[in-house]
Write a protein that binds this ligand. Structure first.
Ligand code: ANZ
Ligand code: ZN
Length: 821
């Protein structure tokens, strides 16, 4: 009873909170609503230290907003489709759902122990049929809008996982998951047309500036990769048995068309096969085999020796009439721009390297004041004056670009063009444990969407173990009774699409489902969604800086365009918490430096672990577990908790009659804490809280005493502030102070502005430069007030001795100088 026992508190409070349903929002409009969301977890085993950090940060915001009086939505769910479950099922001859839901139960228990302030009634799992039914429904709406389509394309293929990978899942040429070198394969695949939204995804980031980390915005901008330039059309001369054709390039430097001395097509573009002259076909095909083995990164590496083969064909430069030899090379990528470039070796280093490797002419067309690139081997890319460029001669680059575009337009050989690096989102996966694509393929009717009233298309539950192992086609293809269906349109024999969706599809709209997770008429309740969206604070790791956030933004915009949502952005504010390290390194099996969260909780208690996570530094910084002191946190918590016990229960409750100095500290702490919380400086709030605990302890032991109402006021402020970081200790304190549960709803303490005044400062009063008096004044004193006080000083009056006054110089609050007449 008299000792601080985290175990006793952890045993006592969860049931009380659950009974009171403390963390369910009222959702009745009686209070202003706010939505705070942590990126939902993937159910791989139990919670780890990284979860503990991220969720501690999100919980600070959630609990803070609740104390401010907002109706807070803070839900939790699981991103529960994905490969690890499938791999576990293959190994254990089980169904992926067994592993998945067992882990979810474990994590849910741990989250409850960790006292995350979430509304458990809103819990969802993306692998629940009631959830993926709506993922399929949304897919259909995208399909109807032309935003989901199929095409044959070379795809990244992981030979080990036997699955297609999105570009972003290929890291340095290797599979993000297993590290196997990724190869290319041609497959008919589903895509989302995210490129239609490239401009909006870019432009709408302006509104996020300042509310999202700069580096995340920069990464998104770079990923979208908007480039302004022009399309330039070249005519390929007819050859022996080959007709004339047209080739377009994308260039950011149309001003340099006069400097184009050759032409390059991506070696792996299907186009080159059409283009190549028969006598060069063999060399080309050998070269294409070499190129297949390379990753895009390797191909673009600037320090790699340039390779390529001549196609035997020539393109005509539309402005000079020059014949440019057409080469096939790997430094030009098939899926960027048009897959072809005009080679301008004078001003593009890659082109210059290529020209030098194959003895192609170099013609400088911009005089930048630097030495001739043909001589130095260094392309000059900067500003300058146009030369060797006919009508463009003498123009500066800024004028030359539009002038060149005009010339091209007049000849029908080009126009201004904005190119994006962003590709359409390849969403189909040849795996089992994902949302089935709700399409039926009929020989007569083609692609037929499964009617809405037949959703969800459920995964079959009779496939287990080996049957799930990857074969290059989806394991679903093996489930004959599932695959073979009659066509919804003509009733004829047809087959279900056997691919499943990328799990990023599931996580692109889950924040919308949380506003009404039990809603059965649609993905979310239209009457509720605008009450909560957008999410006011999103919390999660920077590893999701590009994909998840970009996809969620894309979904939000499409759903907005469908007229279902007012918001055009999903997350108004984003916080990327740091990583938890041990000994300065990320925890890993190979380093053997893993720290088990459960053990830490058993040893120090939930509150001490949470407090340590938050106190370690700004939330964006990494936490090195080797450098922090959970036992120090536990000591502080016990000290704070003791205040609750020590306040005399007979203490008066009117703080106005209490110790003024302590009151001033209490009110200043609360006031500063608020500003710090708004700025996400949670660690500093804890430091201030420690000072307040010390001051209160001193007041009890050697000052005003335990019965002083200011002491009660201070202890209550400690409990409420502490509730953001250490909910068990705070609840126990609140209870000891005589309040019913829960401290989570106590309300943020109100600040008496009058008490914020720092006690006083010393003002020096001089007469003719000589100090005559010292006055204790408020630091906020006005010049006028200070002047009055100084002139009224007895010492000053004595010095003046009846003399008149010439001037009074006042520098509030520190100095007054009086000059007698
Ligand atoms: C001629 C030129 C002259 C270029 C010059 C640059 C400088 P960003 O900014 O990334 O959009 N390019 C176009 N398509 C390509 C592809 N598929 N693979 C490799 N390179 C490609 O870059 C656009 C520039 O990259 C284009 O402008 C083109 O080279 C090249 F002094 O055209 B430029
Ligand atoms: Zn049909």
């Amino acid at each position: 009873e008299g000792v601080y026992s985290f175990a006793a508190m952890e045993a006592r409070w969860p049931a009380v909170w659950e009974d009171l349903n403390v963390f369910a929002p009222l959702d009745d409009g009686s209070k202003e609503r706010r939505y705070v969301l942590d990126m939902f977890p993937y159910p791989s085993g139990d919670l780890h230290m990284g979860h503990a950090e991220a969720f501690a940060m999100g919980d600070v915001v959630s609990r803070y907003w609740r104390q401010l009086g907002y109706d807070v939505l803070h839900p939790i769910g699981w991103d529960s489709f994905g490969l690890p479950a499938e791999n576990a099922a293959i190994k254990r001859n089980a169904h992926p759902s067994e592993w998945t839901y067992a882990n979810i139960d474990t994590q849910a228990e741990s989250f409850k122990r960790y006292a995350i302030s979430v509304d458990w009634s809103r819990r969802l799992q993306t692998s629940d049929p009631e959830y993926y039914r709506w993922t399929q429904w949304l897919f259909k709406r995208f399909y109807e809008r032309g935003l989901a389509y199929r095409k044959d394309s070379p795809v990244n293929w992981c030979p080990k996982d036997q699955t297609v990978l999105a570009n972003e899942q290929v890291v340095n040429g290797a599979c993000e998951r297993c590290g196997t070198i990724v190869t290319k394969k041609s497959l008919n695949q589903w895509y989302f047309k995210i490129t239609d939204y490239a401009d909006r995804l870019l432009d709408d980031m302006d509104a996020l500036q300042g509310n999202w980390p700069d580096r995340v915005l920069a990464m998104q901008r770079n990923w979208i990769g908007r480039s302004e330039g022009a399309h330039v059309k070249f005519t390929v001369e007819a050859a022996a048995a080959q007709p004339e054709m047209e080739l377009t390039v994308f260039s950011t430097r149309p001003d340099t068309v006069f400097g184009a001395t050759f032409f390059v097509v991506a070696a792996d573009a299907p186009l080159v096969l059409e283009l190549v002259a028969p006598e060069h076909a063999e060399a080309l095909s050998e070269y294409r085999e070499q190129v297949k083995a390379l990753s895009d990164i390797e191909r673009q590496a600037t320090d790699r020796e340039k390779t390529g083969v001549f196609t035997g064909r020539y393109a005509v430069n539309p402005l000079t009439g020059d014949r440019l030899p057409i080469w096939a090379a790997d430094y030009v990528l098939a899926d960027y721009g048009t897959g072809a470039v005009m080679g301008v070796p004078g001003h593009d280093q890659r082109d210059l390297d290529f020209a030098r490797a194959f003895d192609l002419p170099v013609r400088a067309v911009v005089d930048t004041g630097q030495e001739d690139p043909a001589v130095t081997g260094v392309a000059t890319g900067g500003e300058g004056t146009m030369i060797n460029s006919g009508p463009l001669n003498g123009l500066a680059k800024a004028e030359a670009v539009p002038a060149a575009i005009k010339l091209l337009e007049d000849k029908g050989a080009g126009e201004k063009f904005v190119n994006f690096r962003l590709r359409d989102w390849l969403l189909s996966r040849q795996r089992f444990w994902g949302t089935p694509i709700p399409i039926i393929h009929c020989a007569d009717c083609g692609e037929v969407p499964v009617p809405d009233d037949q959703l969800p298309v459920r995964l079959p539950d009779n496939l287990r173990g080996e049957a799930l192992s990857p074969k290059g086609t989806s394991p679903l293809a093996a489930a004959g009774d599932w695959v073979n269906v009659s066509c919804p349109t003509c009733g004829g024999a047809a087959r279900r699409d056997t691919d499943t969706m990328d799990t990023f599809v599931d996580s692109s709209w889950y924040f919308l489902r949380f506003v009404s997770p039990q809603y059965t008429e649609g993905p979310f309740d239209p009457a509720k969604v605008n009450d909560w969206m957008p999410v006011g604070q999103y919390v999660g790791g920077v590893e999701h800086a590009i994909l998840h956030l970009l996809y969620a933004r894309f979904f939000t915009k499409v759903i907005h365009d469908m007229g279902m949502l007012e918001a055009t952005e999903p997350f108004s504010r984003l916080l990327n918490q740091g990583q938890v390290l041990n000994g300065g390194k990320a925890m890993s099996k190979s380093l053997g430096n893993g720290v088990d969260l459960g053990q830490q909780l058993d040893r120090y208690g939930v509150d001490a672990v949470r407090l340590t996570m938050v106190f370690a530094g700004p939330p964006e910084d990494d936490v090195d577990w080797a450098d922090v002191s959970p036992s120090g946190s536990a000591k502080f918590l016990a000290r704070a908790w003791r205040l609750g016990r020590d306040v005399d229960s007979a203490a008066g409750t009117d703080p106005a009659t209490g110790d003024a100095a302590l009151r001033s500290i209490t009110h200043r702490t609360v006031h500063e804490a608020k500003a710090l919380l708004e700025g996400h400086k949670f660690n500093v709030v804890i430091a201030k809280l420690m000072e307040l605990v010390n001051a209160t302890r001193k007041a009890i032991d050697t000052g005003a005493g335990a019965a002083d109402p200011a002491v009660r006021e201070a202890a209550e402020a400690v409990a409420v502030l502490l509730s953001l970081f250490a909910p068990y200790t705070a609840e126990d304190m609140w209870n000891a102070l005589g309040h019913p549960a829960s401290v989570a709803n106590a309300g943020f303490p109100t600040v008496d502005q009058a008490l914020l005044v720092q006690q006083s400062v010393t003002a020096v009063v001089q007469v003719k430069g000589k100090v005559r008096d010292r006055l204790e004044v408020s630091p906020d004193i006005t010049e006028e007030e200070l002047r009055e006080l100084a002139l009224a000083s007895e010492a000053v009056q004595k010095t003046l001795d009846g003399a008149g006054i010439r001037t009074v110089i006042v520098r509030a609050p520190k100095l007054v100088n009086i000059v007698p007449a």
